[in-house]
Design a protein around this ligand. Structure first.
Ligand code: COA
Length: 256
């Protein structure tokens, strides 16, 4: 079965990360499939709302680390799958609802800053360990995380890479509601159906108005992050972090 499943019903397109055996880590092919799904959802008048979900045990372990090594994405350019996905989600014109259970690591968390509604299982655990991998934030998270969490909590999340649980995410407003994991997907669907019954033009204009103040800033930040991220991927710190992950040991950054 495909690693990305899409299903459209009653005006709602559901995009499901379906690579549970690898904790829904995201390969270039999966970014490409999600970017294509978002583009078709944006263009298709029959799609009024998109739901993004993973599994009840894991949302996403972030970028596939093997892919980082084998196919380092030149994230600064517009044509790579990861960049197409990030641009697509950041500028998606219709409502986006996420159901998040279990670990949401790296882009598994940063993509949520571009969703309009986020429903979490009580097992959701968010982490942005970019520094621990010798990398830097992406998806404009270096702009959006301090805005939402406040600078000092953002520093814990982005400099220390400390995980935070569903309750903390609810407190800062990253999550709308916490439910048992088995109910998160159904709640996201129910809210999506409510949105799908509303006038699409009003939804789209309202979303555009809420976001327009910083749409250009978000794009610029993503470009800046992308250029630095692409450079850091080739540096010794990232190489050591990826080798450590593959060898299931702690990275040694004493020389970098
Ligand atoms: N890229 C590639 N493979 C990954 C992965 C990733 N980001 N995350 C997990 N996997 C793979 C593991 O290598 C393992 O594969 P194997 O069974 O072939 O050995 C499998 O998924 C299960 O992972 P495991 O670590 O054993 O599961 P866990 O339940 O103990 O922990 C996580 C789950 C998500 C906490 C842990 O896998 C993790 O921290 N992953 C890395 C997250 C990360 O740093 N992502 C990059 C962010 S930029």
């Amino acid at each position: 079965m495909s690693d990305i499943l899409t299903h459209t019903e009653a005006g709602v397109m559901t995009i499901t990360l379906n690579r549970v055996e690898k904790k829904n880590s995201i390969t270039a092919a999966m970014y490409g499939a999600m970017a294509d799904a978002l583009a078709s959802a944006a263009a298709d008048p029959a799609v009024r709302v998109v739901v993004l979900q993973g599994h009840t045990t894991v949302f996403s372990a972030g970028n596939d680390i093997g892919d980082f090594v084998a196919r380092p994405p030149a994230v600064a350019t517009g044509e790579t799958p990861v960049y197409r996905f990030l641009r697509g989600i950041a500028s998606f014109p219709k409502p986006l609802v996420a159901a998040v259970c279990g670990p949401a690591v790296g882009v598994g968390t940063t993509m949520l800053f571009h969703c309009d509604l986020v429903y979490a299982g009580d097992n959701a655990a968010f982490a942005m360990p970019f520094v621990n991998l010798g990398l830097c934030p992406e998806a404009a998270s270096s702009l959006l995380v301090p805005q939402m969490l406040g600078y000092h909590r953002a520093a814990e999340a982005l400099l220390l890479g400390e995980p935070f649980m569903a309750e903390a995410a609810l407190e800062v407003g990253l999550v709308n509601r916490i439910v048992p994991p088995m109910e998160a997907s159904a709640l996201a669907q129910a809210q999506a159906r409510k949105l799908a019954a509303k006038p699409l033009i009003s939804l789209m204009e309202t979303k555009r108005l809420m976001k327009k103040g910083q749409a250009a800033l978000v794009k610029q930040q993503m470009d800046d992050e992308g250029a630095i991220f692409a450079r850091l991927l080739t540096e010794p710190a990232a190489r050591e972090a990826f080798a450590a992950f593959a060898e299931r040991r702690k990275p040694d950054f004493s020389n970098v």
